[in-house]
Design a protein around this ligand. Structure first.
Ligand code: CP
Length: 315
């Protein structure tokens, strides 16, 4: 059986990424459809979430599926000692697709190996966040008109930030130039720099963060320092306010530059930036619904042609 799980974005070819972007754009035009009438989607969130869970659930609901699941593992039999394998096998009896966020790196891959029900990775520890990457790619394409040859600045917690790890891998198809801006303690891990070298991805590392450093950015991708990943909270206190984007730092920004952030923001972007033409993080989060509609459909074997020929649109 073709399980169509999504564990890491690295498994997708350039063609597949563009195909999913096209499908997402169909859903942006007409989000309300009955393509998944009769299906059940399970959202299993072992870690907190606002956007990912709610946009996946909105995506499933807009497609006519019903949603079961939990937002807090404390209400599950995991608290009685049930292991992840058994939880996945049980939920596989009830749902047609499982969307899972877990604090352990590799949990989504493991889950995909113990069930034939498609697993969509909604974030596994500091490892990967492939559905975020689909909405990031969709947003970059929407704002820049292309994914090719862009200058992408990744700022903040590049060590624990799974969204930047996934984005970097997906962009290998599109000849980007990356700029990594982080303090030493939160630098891009060597494994991802090796990945860049292996795939011919250009990158530069900086510690300065000012108007000059970011002047030629097409995309300025801010990230939150991931407090929940630190074993030493003193270290978190030292770096938590490492980089704050201030409005006056945009004076040299390119016209086409857009600021993205996977959100939630804590202290990375001044609120006064929200009403500038550069701020795009709230639209980015909205795009999560369309990108996730595409991912759910793809996992369940619904094609772009099916979506284009769909007669179940409700406007
Ligand atoms: N971007 C993101 O993963 O946000 P949530 O943690 O709110 O799901």
């Amino acid at each position: 059986m073709d399980k169509r799980s999504l564990v890491t974005i690295a498994e997708h070819s350039r063609e597949k990424l563009m195909y999913l972007i096209e499908m997402a754009s169909e859903f942006e035009k007409h989000p309300n459809r009955r393509l998944l009438q009769g299906k059940i989607a399970a959202t299993l969130f072992f870690e907190p979430s606002t956007r990912t869970r709610l946009s996946f659930e909105t995506a499933a609901n807009r497609l006519g599926a019903r949603v079961i699941g939990f937002a807090d593992p404390k209400v599950t039999s995991g608290t009685k000692g049930e292991i992840l394998k058994d939880t996945i096998m049980m939920v596989s009896n009830y749902a047609d697709i499982i969307i899972m966020r877990h604090y352990l790196e590799g949990a989504a891959k493991y889950a995909s190996e113990v069930t034939d029900v498609p697993i969509l990775n909604a974030g596994d520890g500091a490892n990967q966040h492939p559905s975020q990457t689909m909405l990031d790619l969709y947003t970059i394409y929407q704002t820049q008109g292309t994914l090719e040859n862009l200058n992408i600045y990744l700022v903040g917690d590049l060590k624990y930030g799974r969204t930047v790890h996934s984005l970097l891998m997906a962009m290998r198809h599109f000849n980007p130039t990356f700029h990594f801006i982080a303090p030493d303690e939160l630098a891009m891990p060597q494994i991802y720099k090796d990945y860049c070298d292996e795939h011919g991805i250009k990158y530069f590392e900086h510690q300065d963060f000012n108007a000059d450093t970011i002047a030629d950015a097409d995309i300025l991708y801010m990230t939150r320092v991931q407090k929940e990943r630190f074993s030493d909270l003193m270290e978190y206190e030292r770096v938590k306010d490492a980089y704050l984007l201030k409005r006056d730092m945009l004076v040299k920004a390119r016209d086409n530059m857009k600021i993205l952030h996977p959100l939630p923001r804590v202290n990375e972007i001044e609120y006064s930036i929200d009403d500038t033409k550069y701020a795009y993080y709230f639209q980015q989060a909205k795009n999560g619904v369309y990108a996730r509609q595409a991912l759910i459909c793809d996992a369940l074997g619904i094609t772009l042609e099916d979506v284009r020929n769909d007669k179940t649109i409700i406007d």
